[in-house]
Design a protein around this ligand. Structure first.
Ligand code: FES
Length: 161
């Protein structure tokens, strides 16, 4: 799958050059969800750049991820309004329940965590966003229940298979 995605992105460039690296990385990440090792190597071959050089550039920008996101990607807003309403304790609770830090994914691949700046729903603070869906006016206890509900959903889906 990685190869197809990378080839598809690269096919849009006639003669990909070093200046195209960032947009190529962005497009591949959009499609793949992250920059896999295979993707970095393939991009490097196309641009005639060593993988180490690509990692060097990509790690400079915090928009790039090198691990796949979880099935449930939790974005905890740490903007000012959410901070004032207690987003720090929500973040700490998520970290403690999932035993991961921001920008990590749980071992089972179910959850990933990202800290974001204002996501534009300050009136509903504190807010998190899971796979594009907002959860508002949270407390440390309500976030625990939300995570439990995802775990329950997974259990049901697993037992129904
Ligand atoms: S500060 Fe969190 S939504 Fe604006």
């Amino acid at each position: 799958m990685t190869t197809v995605i990378v080839e598809n992105v690269l096919s849009k460039y006639k003669n990909p050059k070093r200046d195209d690296l960032i947009p190529i990385l962005q497009k591949v990440q959009d499609e793949l969800g992250y920059l896999s090792k295979d993707a970095v190597v393939s991009i490097g071959k196309a641009l005639n750049l060593p993988a180490s050089k690509i990692y060097g550039v990509a790690t400079f920008y915090n928009q790039f991820r090198f691990k796949p996101l979880g099935k449930y990607h939790i974005q905890v807003c740490r903007g000012t309004a959410c901070h004032v309403k207690g987003s720090f304790s929500i973040l700490e609770r998520v970290k403690s329940i999932l035993k991961i830090s921001p920008d990590e994914t749980t071992r089972d691949g179910l959850f990933s965590l990202e800290v974001v700046a204002c996501i534009g729903a300050c009136g509903l603070a504190p807010v998190i966003c899971v796979n594009g869906e907002f959860y508002a006016n949270l407390t440390a206890d309500s976030i625990a229940k939300i995570i439990d509900s995802f775990k329950d959903k997974e259990k049901k889906e697993t037992t129904n298979e």
